[in-house]
Design a protein around this ligand. Structure first.
Ligand code: AMP
Length: 396
């Protein structure tokens, strides 16, 4: 793998695509800095080598050009704290000021560019825009796994301007190595836990995993599509009516391939989609008319936990219930604890990014699992077998 370990950055200006798309509160305080800390090893290696660092990222989804709300300047103080040094900021990611500031940068210094998505050209993968960005450094490093599935100007198109000077940062390399380990070198028993709202989002991954796993656990909103397909009554629970046949065929495929499929036996049902709703425990296939299933029930927690705790490899993508509400986080928390227990017993556990990563962080368990991916969509696509544009651009 072409990682930054292959070169010394002494005297070089490294242009690094990072993913600093962090959540901010109304006062622009960073509420979760995981994506920034994940990029620090790459930045520090380059600085230690005697290189200078030019960081580029997006933040949020700005619609109409520059807006204070999406300015990366809000990140500067915290980044400076984490690095223990001053961080320069360029008000624009291209143009004369960015060029001048990049040129003036000395070895050991750091410059952060303004939000790339203030230009529509970024997401369009515009070649001329990518070329302008490329002028700022002499080595290109991609460490933005979270956007590696996008063929944007800064994530893939830009690499063509560095035919002999493009590398994966440590975060990218770590993400790819861990995904690879799960896909091709998993110790058995291998258990995949799938949850979240929709089966349609994860169908490709589930189908691929059926060739690899011993156990497939399905929870969260997507489980009710399976319950309905099997003839159950699910009240007002989340369902994809156009995916009933698909659910039936997945159950059959699992059987054909000898994969043990575990679906929720019981469910926490609620009389409204609210933290204050009235709740009861019900069989997943016999939910009352006006009620909805919002979490897995106690029998299911027991059954799922037993499977997880006896596994040697675990992949988890998607919560077991509406974990954002206190009343419906119990199932997701219990599953997180089971994954932690398995990890303590020697299992390798990979938590897919997005909501599962947020859930594990909410329970304070991020350090108790083997690896938490920073990529939601990127990890899903990589595991589905798709070539990520951000990865291909470095490998080509
Ligand atoms: P996804 O983005 O597909 O991984 O889904 C994550 C979302 O699924 C989270 O916001 C959860 O609140 C939601 N979710 C999980 N279980 C349920 C459920 N039983 N009913 C409705 N939403 C759910």
């Amino acid at each position: 793998m072409k990682t930054i370990d292959l070169i010394s950055f002494a005297g070089h200006k490294a242009l690094i695509r990072v993913d600093f798309n962090v959540p901010l509160d109304e006062d622009f305080n960073i509420t979760d800095d995981n994506r920034i800390t994940a990029a620090l090893p790459t930045i520090n290696k380059i600085l230690k080598d005697g290189g200078s660092v030019i960081l580029m990222s997006h933040l949020g989804r700005p619609k109409d050009g520059p807006t204070n709300k999406y300015s990366l300047k809000h990140i500067v103080p915290h980044l400076a704290d984490l690095l223990g040094q001053k961080v320069e900021f360029a008000d624009d990611c291209i143009g004369q000021q960015a060029i001048d500031e990049a040129k003036a940068l000395q070895p050991g210094e750091v410059l952060l560019l303004e939000n790339l998505r203030f230009y529509k050209e970024e997401e369009k993968g515009d070649v001329a825009f990518a070329e302008k960005l490329s002028k700022l450094g002499d080595v290109y490093v991609n460490d933005a796994f979270g956007t590696a599935h996008r063929a944007h100007a800064s994530t893939s198109i830009i690499a063509q301007f560095f035919p002999h000077a493009k590398y994966f940062g440590y975060l990218m390399a770590g993400e790819l190595a861990n995904a690879e380990k799960i896909l091709n070198h998993a110790d058995k028993p291998f258990t995949a836990i799938m949850g979240g709202s929709k089966v349609s989002d994860k169908i490709l991954l589930i189908e691929r995993l059926l060739d690899k796993v011993d156990n497939l656990i399905i929870g969260g909103g997507m489980a009710y599509t399976f319950a309905k397909a099997a003839g159950g009554t699910i009240g007002k629970s989340l369902v994809e009516l156009d995916k009933l046949d698909l659910a039936t065929s997945l159950v059959q495929k699992a059987k054909d391939k000898g994969v043990k499929l575990y679906l929720p036996i019981d469910t926490i049902i609620a009389d409204s989609f609210s933290n204050e709703a009235k709740t009861e425990v019900a069989p997943t296939n016999a939910i009352k008319d006006d009620w909805m299933g919002l979490d897995i029930g106690p029998e299911t927690i027991k059954a799922f936990s037993a499977v997880i705790e006896s596994s040697k490899t675990i992949l988890w993508n998607g919560p077991m219930g509406v974990f954002e509400m206190e009343s419906f986080l119990i199932g997701t928390k219990a599953i997180a604890n089971a994954v932690v227990k398995a990890t303590q017993n020697g299992a390798f556990s990979l938590i897919g990014g997005g909501d599962s990563a947020a859930a594990v962080a909410k329970f304070g368990l991020t350090d108790d699992v083997s690896y938490v991916s920073t990529g939601g969509g990127a990890l899903l696509e990589y595991m589905e077998g798709k070539e990520l544009p951000g990865v291909k651009a470095i490998n080509d």
